[in-house]
Design a protein around this ligand. Structure first.
Ligand code: GLU
Length: 378
């Protein structure tokens, strides 16, 4: 008998792509959604918690508003998202309501996942919904998100949500059953990859190149989502969702790619730091400071040899070894102006430079996570 690939996971985030929920004519695929809702109810009956990240607002809204142009303007897509989100939420509430499951809607913008204050608040709401047996339905708040400040794709959004709530697993349901060595539509020799142990540059290349953002919502953003998730201790599965009962098929051994979590379960604060999308600056260390960090100590100014970027206290900074390779990420204990003043100085002189009573660590050990895969992240 094939093993159920979901059996080890208790808290599962499932991302549903627009093309699964909405047909080409802009109509909800209600029958498919009813089957998916049945699968979700079955997972919940086994004692698992389920969080849904659902796309489809823009696709539903454009038909509701009669917007037929191939490409919508920003204003039109925001209007479409606004109208479509109501229909989308209603569809989920109806589909899960048939199984006596209550849904709660949460619309997210990047500042919510990236700023700790909002992040903690959103996390508490989601956890409370879960503890009450409800299924949170999450989407990007597209109707107010500006072009610059938005995820734009629900792959990465769902990875941030999954790490925010410390999900054990993120499932991306899309129109493809996993990662292939090359795009299968273009290359007849493309081979399916069942398990990815670590997202290496070779894996990124299979997804179509690390730096390409052309395929928004394509394999590139899925592998980016995989990085966010797996680095923070959340495993990820890509599976095909187009067929009826996509989750049941998966539990029965349907084809998929599993991206293994690359760290032991990190503390939630550390997970959050690791997955931060925007790194505000970079601190380069001398060899002594690298050793101190690896022994679990805080980063002191004396060990910092170079600072780039502009950052505030609490922003995420990348920390590199003398050769510039990233070894850790952390929340800056000082803003970049103060950090530049005290860099390379012994701790006892710091009060004179930036005022007595200021913290003397560049990055406190509690706010620091080693990214090296050979190190155990607690
Ligand atoms: N948030 C968008 C929507 O609901 C979808 C983004 C995506 O497809 O990744 O329409």
């Amino acid at each position: 008998m094939t093993q159920n690939p979901l059996s080890a996971y208790r808290r599962i985030t499932i991302k549903i792509g627009s093309a699964l929920l909405v047909d080409k004519a802009g109509k909800l695929r209600a029958e498919w959604l009813a089957q998916l809702a049945e699968d979700i109810a079955a997972l919940k009956a086994e004692g698992r918690e389920v969080v849904i990240v659902s796309s489809g607002a823009i696709a539903l809204g454009r038909s509701l508003l009669g917007l037929s142009a191939l490409t919508l303007t920003l204003e039109q897509s925001q209007a479409a998202a606004s109208a479509g989100q109501i229909a989308l939420s209603q569809a989920w509430a109806d589909a899960l309501g048939r199984h006596q499951i209550v849904t709660g809607q949460i619309l997210i913008t990047p500042n919510i996942t990236e700023e700790r204050r909002y992040f903690l608040n959103a996390r508490t709401t989601i956890q409370t919904l879960l503890s009450l047996g409800a299924v949170p339905i999450i989407n990007e708040n597209d109707s107010v998100a500006t072009a610059e400040i938005r995820y734009g794709d629900n792959d990465r959004l769902s990875a941030r949500v999954a790490t925010m709530i410390e999900a054990d697993l993120l499932i991306l349901l899309s129109d493809i059953d996993g990662l292939y060595t090359a795009p299968p539509a273009k290359d007849p020799n493309a081979a399916h990859i069942p398990v990815v142990d670590a997202i290496t540059p070779a894996i990124e290349a299979m997804a179509g190149g690390a730096a390409s953002h052309l395929s928004r919502g394509g394999m590139t953003t899925k592998v980016e989502a995989g990085k966010i998730a797996t680095l923070a201790g959340t495993a990820m599965i890509i599976a095909k969702g187009t067929e009826p009962h996509p989750l049941r098929r998966l539990t029965e051994g349907g084809l998929h790619t599993l991206f293994k979590a690359s760290t032991a379960r990190a503390q939630s604060r550390k997970r959050w730091i690791l997955g931060t999308l925007a790194v505000a600056g970079k601190l380069q260390l001398d060899a002594g400071a690298v050793r101190a960090l690896r022994q679990g100590r805080s980063l002191l100014p004396i060990g910092v040899t170079k600072i780039s970027g502009t950052f505030e206290r609490g922003d995420t900074v990348s920390i590199t070894d003398p050769e510039g390779r990233e070894i850790a990420r952390g929340l800056a204990g000082l803003d970049s102006d103060d950090a530049r003043l005290v860099m390379g100085k012994r701790s006892e002189f710091i009060g004179d430079l930036i005022g007595v009573g200021n913290r003397s660590e560049m990055v406190h050990r509690d706010n620091l996570v080693l990214v090296s895969t050979t190190e155990e992240v607690e």
